[in-house]
Write a protein that binds this ligand. Sequence first.
Ligand SMILES: Nc1ncnc2c1ncn2[C@@H]1O[C@@H]2COP(=O)(O)O[C@H]2[C@H]1O
Length: 235
Amino acid sequence: MVGGTKQPRPGTLLDLLDEPLRGELGNLGISTRFARGERLIHVGDPGEWVMLVTSGVAQVVGEDANGATVILDIAAAGDLIGEAAVLDPDHPQRMASVVAMSTVVVRRIPAPEFRAFLDKHSEAAIGLLVIANRRMRIAQHQRTVTQTRVSFQHIAERLDYLLDTCGYRTQHGWAFTVPWTREDLADFIPTGRTTLITKLTRFEDHGIIARARKFITVTDRARLTAVAQGRTTLE
Ligand SMILES: Nc1ncnc2c1ncn2[C@@H]1O[C@@H]2COP(=O)(O)O[C@H]2[C@H]1O
């Protein structure tokens, strides 16, 4: 089960709920496992269940106006996905795909069971609304970013967010629990791969990140956050 034992990650639906509600939600549905690269949700499919992520990391993937892949968000333990098609009778199809970046374990909860849970617990319905608004806030912010002139601050914001979602502290700084290639990072920020590589070099020059082959680690998280919050600049 998800609830009860461990403090949920800040910013997730589980984090917004009190015990014993967390425990109750964590026990709904059945446990289902996905291998890395497998799709948890296919865009366009009918919404018949929601998923509460128990462990692992998945990408919520969409397409931009040119058909290029955009990583809309990351889902990790404590996140609930697949509620949009389940709750909107006018748009019952999945609006995005969700792809496992590692082994992912979820509670797969049938739509009627999830609706009954929301009917019974208004806190959970309000929590879902809060999460939807947070996603909207991120989407609104992302619209202000032009891909060709993406700033150091924006890259730092996105890296900081990724570390909150799927990062862990190491002896030398912070690393990701799943392998983020430069291609993945470029899709997530989003920016072109060449632009990203050029900008990452500046972060490296300032000792904020280190690159080992295809992957990066964050060696100075405090400075990264300072750049993200506009308290210091690399321009
Ligand atoms: N921009 C986004 N940010 C975060 N999550 C999203 C975003 N778009 C879609 N999702 C999630 O991805 C799910 C895909 O299936 P649904 O449309 O049912 O519900 C969707 C949301 O849970």
